[in-house]
Design a protein around this ligand. Structure first.
Ligand SMILES: Cc1cc2nc3c(=O)[nH]c(=O)nc-3n(C[C@H](O)[C@H](O)[C@H](O)COP(=O)(O)O)c2cc1C
Length: 313
């Protein structure tokens, strides 16, 4: 089973990916949060840092592009290729209103014919491998077979299916029946994504879909960065490991970001997912959320780890 780390914009930047890789490993691919393809061809400083090979040493990293413009995709993909990447992922899943209103991310799924023309252009114009990360529709999954027919026309490196529609955002449960039908129809290798939070979730999924040989996990890793190791039969996460992992991420932000506010903003985002791994998480999550100074934060976190236990799932 191959396990991929999902791209989570604002969280799984290169600092986070390196910490996961260094402390736990076990992920066969690390997807880089989306880069918006632009006409001016200039990467933002976040984007450049995220794709620099020196910042992705020893891991199989896959950059992701968000756009509905084939020229912009090709220009950006070619530029990324110069950094040495052979595989680029296309984002057809982002549900955010600002993205969808521009017809990008999962918003593109409501225009199958336009999407087909876009794919035709990018597949004929790019000589690297392209994979797609898709949702199963916008309003409902009724039209997913139409989208699958389109995906089947192209030689995808793989098709990663987040089995929710755009309007679900992250609510409701993934639609496994639609996933099953897509799996049966796909001419391309299929990767499953959605709500694999624990090893038990994985086992349940695997018992229904033993033929699926790759899954992508996102929020489950943010809570338990050892998830891939556990799924692959390795030891369970310990509290000491989680604390060490926290310290690696936190030190990186302290050294590379200016001001307590910026550092704490990043850490608070992470704690949103990670805190429930420890007992009495609500009390400490609240304290962390309120915190404005790094010195105060450090004491709260120290006490959290010292006084509480890891929740065994
Ligand atoms: C905060 C956040 C940021 C995300 N950013 C991206 C992104 O940049 N690109 C992308 O394809 N998906 C993005 N996603 C979706 C995840 O990659 C993944 O598909 C989703 O969380 C479902 O998987 P999970 O249930 O394992 O978390 C994001 C999700 C969240 C919650």
């Amino acid at each position: 089973m191959d396990i991929y780390l999902a791209p989570l914009e604002g969280i799984t930047g290169y600092a986070y990916r390196n910490a996961v890789h260094q402390c736990f490993g076990g992920y066969d691919k690390y997807f880089i949060p989306f880069i918006r393809a632009k006409q001016n061809l200039r990467f933002s400083s976040r984007e450049t840092k995220d794709i620099l090979p020196d910042n992705n040493k020893g891991m199989y990293a896959v950059p992701q592009i968000l756009t509905r413009n084939a020229e912009d995709f090709l220009n950006t993909a070619r530029q990324i290729r110069e950094f040495g990447y052979n595989e680029i992922n296309l984002n057809l899943g982002c549900p955010s209103k600002t993205v969808v209103s521009k017809g990008c991310g999962s918003g593109f799924l409501s225009e199958p014919e336009e999407l087909d023309r876009f794919l035709e252009k990018i597949f004929s114009g790019f000589d690297g491998r392209i994979s797609i990360k898709t949702r199963i529709g916008v309003e409902d999954a009724e039209d997913f077979p139409v989208l699958m027919d389109i995906y089947n026309k192209y030689p995808l490196k793989e098709l990663i299916i987040h089995a929710r529609v755009q309007k679900d955002f992250y609510k409701n449960t993934p639609n496994l029946d639609v996933f099953q039908a897509a799996l049966q129809n796909s001419k391309n290798p299929v990767c499953y994504n959605g709500d694999i939070f624990t090893e038990a979730d994985y086992r349940k999924f695997h018992s229904r879909f033993p033929e699926v040989d790759r899954i992508m996990t996102g929020r489950g890793v943010l809570a338990n960065p050892a998830l891939a190791r556990e799924i692959k039969g390795g030891p369970s996460l310990t509290k000491e490991e989680l604390q060490k992992f926290h310290d690696v991420v936190y030190s990186f932000y302290c050294e590379n970001m200016s001001g307590d506010r910026n550092v704490l903003f990043k850490m608070k985002e992470l704690w949103f997912y990670m805190a429930p791994m420890l007992t009495e998480s609500r009390k400490y999550a609240k304290k962390i959320k309120k915190c404005e100074r790094c010195t105060v934060y450090e004491n709260i976190v120290k006490e959290f780890f010292l006084s509480q236990s890891l929740i065994i799932i």
